[in-house]
Unconditional design. Structure first.
Length: 226
C-alpha cells in the first residue's frame, strides 16, 4: 500500500510540474481604465469565466479581490468527456484553462473584474499562448454567462482597442459559454498551497504584487480558497 501511494505521489507531482512551464518574465502590467460601459447587475452573487493562460496565475490574482467568494480552476470551451488535464494539454479539445469567479456585484462589478483581467491577470495581445505556455488551451478569452456580461465585455474590448495601450492588436475572444468543468484537485488553490514553487515565485507572485500595486481599491490581503 505504501509503495502504491508513493508511485501515485510521484505521478501527481510529475503532472503538476509539467502543468505550466517556467516563464522568463511576467506580462506587462497595465493600469486598465474604468469601463465606459458599466455592468448593470442585480445585487447578489454572480459568476464569471476568464481564460488567460495557466489557471494557477489567474486563480492567484482573482482570489485576492474584494467581493470574490470563490475561484475555481477548470476547463471551458469543450465537452465534459475531454475535461481533464492530460487531454486538454493536447490542444485539440477546444477547452481553455480557465477560472470560474464567484463575486458579489455590490462589492465588485463584472466590468471591474475585466479591468483586473486585462490589467494584470493576462496579456491580451498573445495569440494562443501566455509567454512560453503555448497552445489553444492557453488562449485569451471571455465566456459571458449572460447578455449583460457579453455587452460589457464587448464594450470594454472596444474601449481598449481605441486606447491601444499595448501598441499591438488585442486578440481576446468572446466565446459562447458551453459549460465549466473544475480541474483536478491538485490544481485548486495551487499558488496558495505552493508559494515556494518555482513557477509561482517567478510568474504568479509578481502578478499578485502588481494587483496590489495597480488596483489597491480592489485588493484584499487574504486569499480566497476554492
Amino acid at each position: 500500500m505504501k509503495s502504491a501511494r508513493s508511485r501515485l505521489g510521484v505521478a501527481v507531482l510529475a503532472l503538476v510540474i509539467s502543468a505550466c512551464q517556467q516563464p522568463a518574465m511576467a506580462e506587462q502590467v497595465y493600469r486598465a481604465p474604468e469601463a465606459a460601459v458599466r455592468a448593470n447587475e442585480t445585487p447578489g452573487r454572480h459568476t464569471a469565466i476568464f481564460a488567460g493562460g495557466c489557471f494557477w496565475g489567474m486563480e492567484a490574482v482573482f482570489s485576492h479581490l474584494k467581493g470574490v467568494s470563490s475561484v475555481v480552476s477548470g476547463y471551458t470551451g469543450g465537452n465534459r468527456v475531454q475535461a481533464d488535464y492530460e487531454t486538454v494539454s493536447s490542444g485539440t479539445t477546444g477547452h481553455a484553462e480557465s477560472v470560474r469567479v464567484t463575486y458579489d456585484s455590490s462589492v465588485i462589478r463584472y466590468d471591474q473584474l475585466l479591468q483586473v483581467f486585462f490589467g494584470v491577470a493576462s496579456d491580451p495581445t498573445q495569440l494562443n499562448r501566455q509567454e512560453p505556455d503555448v497552445g489553444t488551451q492557453y488562449r485569451n478569452a471571455l465566456f459571458p454567462a449572460n447578455k449583460e456580461q457579453a455587452r460589457v465585455a464587448a464594450g470594454y474590448i472596444a474601449q481598449l482597442r481605441r486606447l491601444d495601450p499595448w501598441k499591438r492588436p488585442i486578440v481576446t475572444r468572446i466565446e459562447a459559454f458551453k459549460g465549466f468543468y473544475p480541474a483536478e484537485d491538485y490544481h485548486q488553490d495551487f499558488a496558495h498551497k505552493n508559494p515556494d514553487h518555482g513557477y509561482i515565485r517567478r510568474w504568479d507572485a509578481p502578478k499578485v504584487a502588481a494587483l496590489q500595486r495597480t488596483f489597491p481599491q480592489f485588493w484584499k490581503s487574504t486569499f480566497t480558497p476554492r
